[in-house]
Structures are given as C-alpha cells and as structure tokens.
Design a protein. Structure first.
Length: 387
C-alpha cells in the first residue's frame, strides 16, 4: 500500500464487494466508486474520461464543457447505473487528488486510472476500445482490437460456419431460407398478397386468423371504440346541421318543418305545421295568437263578435257595477222583445238580451224580480250597457 496521500479507485457493483482493475459487467449494473484511502487529501476530482456515445450524464455529476468528461469533486462521487439496453462499451474512471489537479508533473500516485468497466456487444461479443485505455483489460488496447478482429472473421460467411440460414423455414415463416414468407403473426394466419383491395385493413376474423377487409364501423366495440373527432367529419354548408337518419346513418341537412336557420340562430315559423305571422308587422302588448285559416295563425286583437273566438258568459263579478257606465233606454217594449235572462247580483237587477246587457237600478228592485214588473215600474229607470 502506498504512503498517503495517494489515489486508488475501488468499485462496488450492485452493492457487492469492493474490487479494482478491468471489470466485465452487464447492462443495468449500478456502480459506486470508492477511494481506498483519503488520508492527506485536501482536494480531489473524479472523472469519467471515456464512455459509450449516448451515455447520459449521471445524477449528481457535472459536465466539463472543455473536455466532455463527466466529473465530481465529492470525496465519494454519486453512484451511476450502466445502460439497461444495447448501449455497450467501456467506462474509464480517473481519480486525481491534491497537486495532481493542477500539476501534470505531480507524483504518479496522486492519479489512478487502473479501474475500468466493460459491457461487450450482445450479438457477437465485440469489445470496445476506449480513449486513454491502457492495461486495464490486458496488455493494452491492442488486446481488444485483436479479439474483435477474430470475432468478426469467425462470424462472417467465409470460414467460421456463419452466413445466412438455409433450408425450410418453420414457425410463423414458410418457404425456404434465405427468402422465407411470413405466414402467421404470433400464430394467427395472414392472407397472401395478390387479391388485396386498396383501402382494406388487416383485422381479426377468427380466434387464430387475420383477414384484409373494410373495417365494419357498425360492428360494435370489437371493431371501433371512442368518438370520431369533429375535425374528421366532412363539413356541411352554412346553416346545415348534422342529423341521424335511417339512410345514411348520419348526414348534413338543411332544417325544414317548423323551424329554419342555423342551430345557433334558428327561427320557429310554424307550430305543428301552422304558419305563424304578426298582424300589422309588429307585436303589440296584450295580443293573443288567433287562428286565421286552416293552416295559419297570427298575433292580433281578439274579435269578440266571432263565435269561434269566445264561448260562455263573463262571471257576474267581471261585469260593470256602476250606473254611470250605462245609458237610459226609453223603449222598454223593444228591450222586452230581446230579453234572454234576468238575475240579481245583490245590488242591481240585470237583464240580458241577445246583444246587450241592461240594468234596472235599486229604486225598483224587489226580492223576487220579474221582467214585466220592472219593465213597467214607474219608479224604476232602465239602463243599457255598451255592446
């Protein structure tokens, strides 16, 4: 063991025992770099001087913009995880302490590059050659190059038994190598080309079979799910609305019937087919909707003389109660000839004719009024209401 201070890199893989030198590992390994001794240190820097292109900056480490190295100035740097995919190659850490950070001629024991990590290529086991690699994995970096050249040669078609496969294909493939055909996808048969129709899609037709056919949009949840975005619906023309019909299933249509115009500004011009207009061209407060024909109506004043407009009689409490609202009738005989009914309202004696209402004032009332009696009463005065 050197005399402190000195730099010596140890590594723990996935929490295991500390080790050093050239370490062959695998995808997804977590690496913790550890100094063998920190005695006499007053400054330190860890560098990853080489790593495969695409290896991301580990959490807690920094990027040196001048060299492209990843570095940490902690006494023990944060751990980092090797890629969990096909990013294979070598990782070369370097530790410098004290004067080695500023003086290239500092004592050699203040710098250590003796530990490194390697993941060989997953297909042929090729070895990476790292920039600055020395003897971590053998005599020097030429060892890796020699092994790679021999692996390449042995996996080529020349003399190592390599080359493309030959013979009959199996599994989901049919025909013969080196040009097999795909007969199935995960065991489901696929129809052959030659009779395909443009626009068809490959879809399930049975538990273990596929077919090219038009997609059945009405087939239910096994065929389509969700709603078609509005942007994928062919536009209609101004004032049209999208409606559901028997044929076709949906279509753009111009509103007809009792309402017209766009949905946001529609106009109801009819009620159950009856055209509705406005008498005089504008609405007037108090006007009712009245029938003007077999298929027409408008807003206007109610014609009380029209027997189709009103029925029944006004309640007694809704009739005039003041003699000042009537005028004197001199021809009692004429009134008698038109009499229909008479009644008392508790204050006046009312006489109803075909077209007018008459009132005999209280000066001539009796408990049991009689038209003839009141019509000839010398003390009474008979009044006729305005029609």
């Amino acid at each position: 063991m050197p005399t402190p201070p000195y730099a010596k890199v140890l590594a723990s893989l996935n929490g295991g025992a500390l080790q050093s030198g050239g370490i062959v590992t695998s995808f997804g390994t977590t690496v913790q770099l550890v100094p063998e001794s920190t005695v006499g240190w007053f400054q330190q820097r860890w560098d990853l001087t080489y790593f495969p292109a695409g290896f991301a900056l580990p959490a807690g480490w920094s990027l040196d913009a001048q060299t492209g190295f990843y570095f940490s100035t902690a006494v023990q740097p944060p751990p980092f995880t090797l890629p969990a995919n096909t990013l294979w190659g070598k990782w070369l850490p370097r530790l410098r302490v004290n004067d080695a950070l500023t003086n290239d001629f500092a004592l050699q024991q203040l710098t250590d590059v003796g530990t490194a990590f390697e993941i060989a290529s997953p297909t042929f086991g090729l070895h990476d050659v790292g920039s600055g690699e020395s003897n971590q994995f053998g005599r020097d970096y030429s060892t890796a190059i020699q092994r790679d050249l021999r692996l390449i040669e042995s996996n080529m078609g020349g003399g190592g038994g390599g080359g493309p496969p030959t013979g009959a294909a199996g599994g989901d493939l049919g025909g013969n190598y080196p040009n097999p055909s795909v007969l199935r996808v995960n065991g489901a048969t696929v129809p052959a080309a030659g009779g395909l129709v443009a626009g068809n899609v490959l879809q399930v037709s049975a538990a273990s079979a596929l077919v090219y056919a038009a997609l059945n949009l009405a087939g239910g949840a096994n065929f389509v799910t969700g709603n078609l975005p509005i942007g994928n619906i062919a536009p209609g023309t101004n004032t049209q609305v999208l409606v559901t019909n028997a044929t076709p299933a949906t279509a753009w249509a111009t509103p007809t019937g009792d309402w017209t115009g766009a949905v946001s500004a529609n106009v109801v011009g009819r009620i159950k087919g009856t055209a509705v207009g406005t008498a005089g061209g504008a609405l007037v407060t108090g006007q009712p909707l009245r029938v003007t024909g077999v298929s027409s109506a408008d807003w206007g004043p109610l014609d009380l003389s029209n027997v189709n407009a009103t029925t029944g009689s006004l309640p007694a409490g809704s009739l005039p109660q003041s003699a000042s609202q009537f005028f004197n009738v001199a021809d009692v005989a004429t009134m008698q000839a038109l009499v229909v009914t008479t009644f008392l309202d508790g204050v006046h004696c009312w006489v109803r004719t075909v077209k007018r209402a008459y009132i005999l004032d209280t000066n001539a009332q009796t408990a049991d009024p009689n038209l003839d009696t009141y019509a000839s009463a010398s003390a009474g005065r008979l009044w006729m209401g305005v029609p």
